[in-house]
Design a protein around this ligand. Structure first.
Ligand SMILES: [Zn+2]
Length: 73
């Protein structure tokens, strides 16, 4: 189990650095809407009101892809 980096505790936990890195590396199309999806492990503390303490999957989807994925789950 991984822990939030020092200085990030209480600010959302493990997923914040992954979201920032992905958003900086992404090539987004002008005039489009994109969503960053964060998928946590079932046991992650974020589901109990804590900070993320898992190693979440982070991905960028178009708005339509994100909506389709949300309605599927
Ligand atoms: Zn998590």
């Amino acid at each position: 189990m991984s822990r939030p980096a020092k200085g990030l505790q209480g600010t959302g936990g493990n997923y914040i650095p992954k979201v920032l890195a992905l958003s900086l590396a992404a090539t987004l199309e002008p005039g489009t809407v994109s969503a960053i999806l964060v998928t946590h492990d079932d046991w992650c503390a974020i589901y109990r009101g804590g900070c993320c303490d898992c190693d979440p999957d982070v991905s960028i989807k178009t708005a339509a892809e994100a909506l389709a994925e949300e309605t599927r789950n």
